[in-house]
Write a protein that binds this ligand. Structure first.
Ligand code: FMN
Length: 441
């Protein structure tokens, strides 16, 4: 399902907010979108640009289910399946993303947002970069992009990740195509870190058909139904990038990062520009959701895993709740160790039984309160490799971040009488029967 089709479905489902009043991309639009975080918002009139702006397409799990055409309960299964079984996308001769071709590049015509008063320049935040690694083939990932001129962007390339390692191999610059206005499957696939050589667009295509079209000026293929594509090269010229708000809702610092030169822009007629708010729900869910299947798979190797949530309160990156079917005394502890293997940046994990709704933080806390004893059920690991995003971790320039990790086994103790640990619930009633009586009085 393309982004256009998703917008239509979101409108029909009552999720979409449409703003018809003209809004400035300089600070105002981000402020309005932040005020309704968790809802997709279409800004029809953006000052200084012909393009409308969509924010928040991925700001709730329900929208991913909608965009993938599955019930919410099947979302994790669908992601797990697509990650394990990518399917090569069809290559088509013509794509709507090339209805308009502009070789006279001027990035200021796009409604690129300035998010916060501390930002040094406007940033493209929902751009999905397609590159080709000389050894491993296509890699697709998000990169925040700071506008540095009418044809140039400074790109944040996290060291050691797919784009960065390919760029280091290509001394003359690395061809890149930045797709803006992507389907939910493309957004999710771009957030995944499959093993090197696995094509993220094959994963997107396994979620929902994602035909590709050849770019006009670089030897790359992009989703034919993208709204806007910026074609160019990641050069070896460096520029200051940042400061910029990150996932943890804290400020990331200035780094020397590569400049991208854009040589051609292609787009749909009346294209929709897509943005996401750094640190807000869409950023969090896109980062965290693709790690749920990898934790699920790792836990499932050591015991039966029922479900996983990477929680927004834990920045959607550092905390997870794992639900298991406990079949032995050590299953909780084994699940903790496996969860850390399934997501290397995970810092704290809580393991619960299947009667706990892992999507309700109060229920998870209840399980900790009633089933967990710190001197029996706590796992603490010191000096572990951790997330570069965690301000409280130990950061040494040029070295992997180190952190402590903690796992809480909040499952019912093995051998205990289950009834002693189960929540006693009142019988449900049909309130309409009682309310009718009230009216009759
Ligand atoms: C919203 C969002 C923004 C991201 N921004 C960046 C970024 O600026 N730089 C970066 O290297 N990775 C960023 N990532 C992570 C990558 O998209 C991706 O998960 C990671 O690069 C995958 O690793 P790979 O390139 O080795 O496959 C971002 C992810 C999301 C979901």
């Amino acid at each position: 399902m393309s982004l256009r089709q998703f917008i239509e479905q979101a409108r029909q489902a009552g999720y979409l907010i449409e703003i018809r009043r003209e809004v400035s991309p300089h600070l105002e639009l981000a402020r309005v979108a932040a005020a309704v975080d968790g809802r997709p918002v279409l800004f029809r009139h953006v000052a200084g640009s012909e393009f409308p702006v969509l924010v928040g397409a991925g700001s709730a799990r329900e929208y991913y289910a909608l965009g993938l055409g599955v019930p919410l309960e099947q979302l994790m299964g669908k992601l797990t399946d697509a990650l394990a079984n990518p399917r090569a996308p069809e290559i088509v001769a013509n794509g709507v993303c090339q209805e308009v071709i502009e070789r006279d590049v001027d990035l200021s015509r796009l409604p690129i947002l300035t998010h916060l008063p501390t930002d040094r320049a406007p940033y493209i935040t929902a751009g999905v970069a397609v590159i080709c690694d000389p050894d491993y083939g296509r890699n697709v990932s998000f990169h925040r992009l700071m506008v540095t001129g009418p044809r140039t962007l400074a790109a944040r390339l996290v060291e050691g990740r797919g784009t960065d390692t390919a760029w280091r191999k290509c001394g003359d610059g690395l061809p890149v195509a930045i797709c803006i206005g992507n389907s939910l499957p493309v957004l999710l696939a771009a957030s995944m870190s499959p093993p090197k050589g696995v094509d993220e667009l094959g994963i997107a295509n396994a979620m929902s058909p994602t035909p590709l079209v050849q770019c006009k000026t670089v030897d790359l293929q992009v989703p034919a139904e993208a709204e806007i594509v910026l074609e160019g090269y990641i050069t070896h010229q460096l520029a200051d990038e940042g400061p910029f708000l990150d996932l943890t809702e804290t400020m990331d610092f200035i780094r020397q990062q590569p400049l991208i030169e854009i040589h051609c822009i292609t787009h749909r007629q009346a294209a929709i520009y897509q943005a996401l708010l750094p640190g807000k729900l869409e950023h969090k869910l896109l980062m965290g959701t693709p790690k749920e299947p990898t934790i699920f798979a790792a836990v499932n190797e050591v015991c039966q895993c029922r479900d996983v949530e990477i929680t927004p309160g834990g920045t959607s990156w550092l905390h997870a709740v794992v639900s298991i079917v406990k079949r032995g005394p050590d299953d909780g502890r084994k699940a903790i160790e496996a969860a850390f293997k399934g997501h290397g940046s995970l810092k704290h994990v809580v393991v619960v039984d299947g009667d706990i709704n892992i999507h309700d933080p109060a229920e998870v806390e209840w399980a900790i309160a009633t089933r967990f004893q710190a001197d029996r059920d706590l796992v603490v690991l010191s000096d572990q490799p951790g997330s570069s995003l965690d301000p409280s971790a130990a950061h040494v320039p040029g070295q992997k971040t180190h952190t402590a990790k903690m796992g809480l086994d909040a499952t019912i103790p093995w051998g205990a009488k289950r009834a002693d640990y189960e929540k006693v619930r009142y019988e449900p009633v049909d309130m309409s029967e009682y309310e009718q009586d009230k009216e009759a009085l």
